[in-house]
Design a binder for this molecule. Sequence first.
Ligand code: NAP
Length: 430
Amino acid sequence: MVRTRPLKVALLGCGVVGSQVARLMTTHAGDLAARIGAPVELAGIAVRRPGKVRDEVPPGLVTTDAAGLVARGDIDVVLELIGGIEPARTLINSAFEHGASVVTANKALLAQDGPALYAAAEKHAADLYFEASVAGAIPLLRPLRESLAGDKVNRVLGIVNGTTNFILDRMESTGASYGEALAEASALGYAEADPTADVEGFDAAAKAAILAGIAFHTRVGLDDVHREGITEITAADVASARQMGCTVKLLAICERAEDGRSVTARVHPAMIPDRHPLAGVREAYNAVFVEAEAAGRLMFYGPGAGGVPTASAVLGDLVAACRNKLGGGVGPGESAYARLPVSPMGEVVTRYHISLDVADKPGVLAQCAMVFADHGVSIDTVRQTGKDGEAKLVVVTHRASDAALGATVESLRRLDTVHGVASTMRVEGE
Ligand code: NAP
């Protein structure tokens, strides 16, 4: 039965995502009411520029007074779609204080201040939902928090940034340089005017912190996530990966250590074998691979951004928050009981692809192999090509710690016969 008194919703931000949320709330009003058990009514829409033409929203609802809107006292759910740290954080806290639940897509704020936001929600017996903050439309956080709540997640490995996946995909499919592929991404609207957050891995690192926290029931902050971007990736790296039957992807990797006593979270470019399902994720799509003890390997795939897809995730959270309001309960809060330590990057164990420019003379290969052996890094394959006194040595290692690999590379650089370390890349997904 649908009750007649509507639940009131405040929309903060009416940009790429917010405008689509407003549109879908209107066009799907009947279905939303039936699924929730009460109509949902947009009570106000806070923006920065009130004069901007917005076809999707009734002009009478638009205000620049976001603080006043969330403090009205009759708002049931606040949808925070402004982004950034402030004023989003103050507005979310005010929403809780005034009795509202909150749905947000704000990965930056959650990665920085998640525990404080969870605590505020719990204090006021309100919901905090944020499905849209990681991988856009892809249902990922709810499966991790709820569907896998009875399992033990050991690994989350994903492509969670569409811009960088588009750039790397273009480099691979056309042979373009990083700069050329970035220019194409900008022209097509996949990269922002300032692409730093995407190409330097900040966006993916925020998502990795959120994913690791949920997957391992442990607080993982932004500072705990090792981060490297894709700006140093060259066409030669991509071609070298090709020769190995691999693809270069920017990956977010959250792992439980083999002894189960600690976790790691990292974002960096890596080679993955073409047969791995993540290798086939093209253009700006996202995909996340979850490995759980009982469930086995699960893959979540879909559009990781865009106004309409992201609005789908926001509306799903809105329905959940509204149902809880009507039922008088709250959804799952923070689960950080495991309190596992987050290990530094040096303790991560994986395989590596190292490309060296060396002198083309007898004994160089043996000399380099000795450096690897001295640091306990075992070599899987070596490929050598040489011409005019210069040679290229491509080494792929067995599993070794990041610290051991780093020390190996430092020692190699000191050899007279090594003229340069052209690239070092981790090999994942095997
Ligand atoms: P956006 O297009 O830049 O829109 C931001 C909105 O917030 C605009 O309507 C803006 O008003 C309003 N705003 C900015 N400052 C404000 C203030 N001080 N008070 C009131 N309103 C203010 O951003 P978006 O792309 O929709 O992203 C929104 C959130 O969703 C972010 O947290 C983002 O990380 C997340 N997200 C976005 C995507 C995506 O594909 N875009 C995907 C997943 C998650 P004006 O319209 O007047 O400028």
